[in-house]
Design a protein around this ligand. Structure first.
Ligand code: TXA
Ligand code: MG
Length: 377
């Protein structure tokens, strides 16, 4: 079906732009007002009819459907071109909605995490209730659940009274959308409506965590860091796979690129001189973009006359800045005809830096990391 895709805003757009989204997500008076906003009502009605709608969250934009309606969920996979075996995250607005998704007694660990991080970018895996369609969980016996911290999606959930399955609202294989316009660029004509809730606050997706076993495991690093989870639970938190692979670090690696169309290379600051020499050599034939930290202070005089665009866009002391900008930057450089290749400086993989580097390595060598868990389709 072909749609005339509309982007709609609410009168609270300025508030969403203020950067205070997590606080606004706890403002029940605001959410109550939003529930009567025409755009929210339209989104809720479409979802109740089994349509799909793109909605903002604090991490990235999601493509939502009624998680308990298999026909609606199938539309998500179709619109994104998403592999059928990649399960979806279900979004709730109130802990009581968990009962629709799992019959399990909520563990002490889960209670602690929900108390501390919900609403927020933490997705918890539960055992799945049989009534949840296999389309939503991609046939798994488990279901991933989170309570997002954006008032707009919370208002849509409350208005519709649904639980919403929502993967990132990008075409499968592209970077996740952090602005309504990114969703439009990917899914124009394939979905009826995008609610614009301003640019996303975190810019990387939620942390996916499995707490059912003896050990606590992060399946996908994200907006809540391993350190924060560990501190909340008072126990060690493991990461499912060690994604820092030396081969990926070497510029010139040949894996198929994934999250962006152009070749992406990662470089380490300690290697700056030899890296710069290689980049300069490379730039004899190609036009390259260099994404670096401001404090790395690459001398632009060294680059003059070369086909290099220097983008000093982040700081090592504030990894959340690169998190917020990363996907928008990759999309912009992908669309920029004057750039052939992208080089990005490595960030320390601590705090949210762990999620940022995970996405960068995958963008550079995506084929190596398969679904489910840890994938980013
Ligand atoms: O921040 C986010 O998580 C965003 C916003 C929209 O909420 N959503 C998102 O969804 O990133 P998606 O589908 O792009 O990524 C979901 C990830 C995938 O890696 C998927 O394999 C994993 O979560 N996942 C979902 N259900 C799972 C399950 N039952 N077991 C293991 N991994 C699961
Ligand atoms: Mg995704």
């Amino acid at each position: 079906m072909q749609f005339k895709t509309e982007i709609k805003k609410t009168e609270y757009q300025k508030d969403f732009q203020s950067g205070n989204i997590e606080k606004l997500a706890q403002d029940s008076a605001l959410i109550n007002k939003l529930k009567n906003d025409p755009a929210v009502i339209e989104a809720a009605e479409l979802l109740k009819k089994g349509e799909i709608v793109a909605l903002p969250t604090e991490t990235v934009y999601g493509l939502a459907a009624d998680a308990l309606n298999p026909e609606a969920v199938k539309k998500i996979f179709k619109a994104k071109g998403r592999p059928q075996d990649n399960p979806l995250i279900v979004h709730i607005a109130d802990k009581s909605q968990l009962q629709q998704l799992t019959a399990e007694k909520v563990s002490i660990r889960a209670q602690k995490l929900m108390e501390k991080f919900w609403p927020g970018p933490l997705t918890i895996i539960f055992s799945k209730k049989p009534s949840v369609p296999p389309e939503t969980s991609a046939g798994l016996e488990t279901i991933a659940v989170r309570m997002p911290a954006h008032p707009l999606i919370l208002a849509v959930i409350e208005r519709s009274q649904l639980v919403l399955a929502a993967p990132s609202a990008n075409t499968s294989g592209f970077p996740s959308p952090t602005q309504a316009q990114h969703v439009y660029n990917d899914l124009k004509g394939k979905i009826p409506l995008i609610l614009d809730g301003a640019a996303c606050h975190f810019g990387v997706e939620s942390t996916v965590i499995d707490i059912r076993g003896e050990e606590v495991r992060v399946l996908r690093p994200g907006g809540i860091s391993r350190e924060e989870i560990s501190q909340c639970l008072g126990e060690e938190v493991l990461i499912a796979s060690d994604l820092k692979d030396d081969k990926v670090l070497s510029p010139g690696m040949k894996y198929r690129h994934y999250a962006c169309q152009k070749q992406l290379f990662v470089f380490n600051f300690s290697d700056k001189i030899s890296f710069l020499n290689r980049a300069l050599k490379r730039a004899e034939n190609k036009k390259i973009a260099l994404i670096t930290a401001r404090e790395s202070q690459i001398d632009s005089r060294e680059l003059s006359g070369k086909k290099i665009e220097l983008l000093e866009v982040f700081s090592h002391s504030q990894p959340e800045e690169l998190a917020r900008k990363l996907f928008a930057l990759l999309r912009k450089l992908d669309a920029d005809q004057s750039i052939d290749e992208i080089y990005i400086e490595e960030l320390e993989a601590a705090g949210i830096g762990e999620a940022v580097m995970n996405r960068i390595y995958k963008a550079a060598a995506a084929e190596k990391y398969s679904q489910p868990g840890g994938g980013d389709n």
